[in-house]
Design a protein. Sequence first.
Length: 451
Amino acid sequence: VGALLQDPATYERLAELTDGIGPRLTGSAGAAAAVAWALATFRADGVKAWTEPVKVAHWVRGEEWGELLAPAPARPQRLALTALGGSPPTPAGGLLAEVVEVRSLEEVRALGEGARGKVILFQHGMATPEDYKRDAELRYDGPAAASAAGAAGALVRSLATSSLRTPHTGSTSFPPEVTPIPSAAVSTEDAELLHRAIARGPAKVRLTLGCGTADPPEVDSANVVAEIRGRERPDEVVVIGAHLDSWDLGTGAVDDGTGVAMVLGAMRAVARLGVPPRRTLRAVLFMNEEQGLSGAIAYAERHGAELPHHVAAMEMDLGAGRPLGLGFDAGKGSERLLSRVLAPLAGLGANRLIAHGGGSDLAPLRYAQVPALGLAQDLTRYFDLHHSAADTLDKVSPTDLAVGAAAVAAIAWGLAEAEETLPRPDPPTEPPWWRRAAPASGPAALDRPAR
Ligand SMILES: [Zn+2]
């Protein structure tokens, strides 16, 4: 732990990933460069590493532009907006339609004929990080609900806790039976502008989105996996993970470059000890967390036979805030072992045990009852930056990052070395979603700050 607090490599690597490689949208050249970089970085630290293939949907952004047209004498106002991942393009010449405001999925379903041909604006009151869980369904399921009601397009107020007129993107989902419609996030300020215009009388918007599914629609990508074999029980595995892909507006520093840097740092520190832990410690850098969890699903399927011996999985995907402790979803009585594992972190203020944790990439592992953990962090500023152009390296404190990497190393070591293992949680009651629904589309419940 002490060595990691002093190791400048953790932050330097985050700089390589963000300033050097930049945005890592699934399917993009940046994502492919990140795979090659992560593989080489593990190997440079003397850690055995390899890639595992993942097929990913390939969506591209393109030009994006919008304006508000209120009745004269009001003049047209430019809107700060950005397409949602999964959105189709607007028709040639753009989309011009009246905008109608709703605050819930029920409200859009209740519009009936009032939705036909309109652009639906999904308004909400997100003010705190906790609100993300409640309001994210408007982004994830809202456009599909608008389309089912006959709408021609959808705008979603950015899911953000503060704004300097930066729109926040994110994925949206259209089930196979629903026609995809052009969908974009508007900045908080523009959501307010639209709200005032609608209150004054009928308002129209004109939208041009050049985004859409690329040709071919799917491309080959990969998870990066690295491993330190256990010295006594090599078949028992502790996974530490983060996601390698990011959105394209910023450089994915806090989502999820910091998680990647912490995982690299923890593996490097354990490798440097020269003595492996009792159990196998495995790092997984997942591809495509942001647009369908296909890397997480591929890992769970490929390693299905091993999952009963995965004794814990921990994902770091909560940004750059100060580490506070550990969030966990594990069986009854887990607190005993977890408190012992966290004890060395008391001096860093990172020894709190918090019910519920683990990132979205761990969702498929829950069906095999793998205890899911995640580093708990201060989230105060996370949603100011999340999925926006402001997600850049300058938002990361090298000190907090070093503490995070040290905490991950200590927790991973503690779990891999302990005599006993964590009690396993109950599995989800529903069958695995990716085997019931179309591939590459996670449920809204999974689209949460854990990502
Ligand atoms: Zn994330």
